[in-house]
Structures are given as C-alpha cells and as structure tokens.
Design a protein around this ligand. Sequence first.
Ligand SMILES: Cc1cc2nc3c(=O)[nH]c(=O)nc-3n(C[C@H](O)[C@H](O)[C@H](O)COP(=O)(O)O)c2cc1C
Length: 168
Amino acid sequence: MNVVTTVIKSRRSIRKFKNTPVTDEVMRDALECAALAPTARNEQPWLFGTVRDRGMLQKIADLTDHGAFIADAQVCVAVFATKGATYYLEDCSAATTQLILGLWSYGVGSCWVAGDKKAYAEKVRALLGVPDTYTLVSLVPAGYPADIPFVRKKKRDEILFSEEFRSA
Ligand SMILES: Cc1cc2nc3c(=O)[nH]c(=O)nc-3n(C[C@H](O)[C@H](O)[C@H](O)COP(=O)(O)O)c2cc1C
C-alpha cells in the first residue's frame, strides 16, 4: 500500500454531504486530474461544467432518476463528451474516475450519477446551455462526507485469474 493506492481503495460513493464548502483550488486540481485521463488517440473529447448555484443544483437533481442528493451537494461537475468521438464513453469514464479520485484525495466525497443512456441527459445539457455537439456522460456531485456507506465488494477469487481461466 502507498498513499495513492490508499486513496483509490478507500473511495466510496458519497451521497450525504456536510455544508463545508469545497474550495475552487480543490476543484481546479481535481478537474486537472480529470483532464489528464488517457483517451483514445489523445482526442480528449470532453467538456467539464462546474455548478455551485443551489437553484441549478436542485434543477439538475429534479431531472435525474437516482440523483436527488445532487441538490444537497456543494458542487456538481457535469462531464460532457464531444458527439461522434468513437471512444467517447471510455474516455469520459476515465476522466470521471480521475475526477472522483482527485476529489477523494482531498477528502471530498462524490458519487458518479449516470448521464449517458439516460433520457434526462439531453435535458441537463439544455439546462446548462451546452451546445448539442456535446452529450452528457456523467454527473459528479461532491462535498465533504456526512456519511461513508459500507458496500460489499466481490472477493478476489471471484474476479481474478492468472495465465489461463479455469472454472472452479
Ligand atoms: C456508470 C455509473 C452510473 C452510476 N449511476 C448512479 C446513479 O445514478 N445514482 C447513484 O446514486 N449512484 C450511481 N452510481 C454509483 C454506484 O451506485 C456505486 O459506484 C456502486 O454502488 C458501488 O459503490 P462504491 O462507489 O461506493 O464502491 C453509478 C456508478 C457508475 C459507475
């Protein structure tokens, strides 16, 4: 274990937030982590929108089906992909993961809220005034954790194999 693997392994999806503000400096650094994610052909086919306005957070929350807690976040990042980019989902998923881990490295909790494949994706895009050459991939509401839930993870022997797969 080292400091990086400790950050990665300790991350949980956080859906309850304290009122403590998340500084612009933390957001800037976490967004840089996102924007340095690997992408196919180094296309970087993305756009990141940061929302802090409480009224706007509530409107976004109301559009989602499993994201009501966005309304209670200090900040929410909307991750958009350039439409037509071949690997848009892989690229923007890598960025979303790096954003979440960058935030967690400062103790800021967040949760990936689905965007891609959701009927509300277009509504969120329009609400934020983003051109229709982009499509929503994820929403990342964030804030200092008020609760860190336990979730069961699969055991190593369920998910790993070496050299050749052999069924148990
Ligand atoms: C593509 C994707 C979409 C998700 N969408 C939602 C969502 O809409 N609402 C939500 O509360 N959590 C959402 N999550 C978070 C998962 O529920 C969470 O990662 C999972 O339960 C495992 O918990 P953990 O992140 O604490 O390890 C999503 C995660 C991923 C990767």
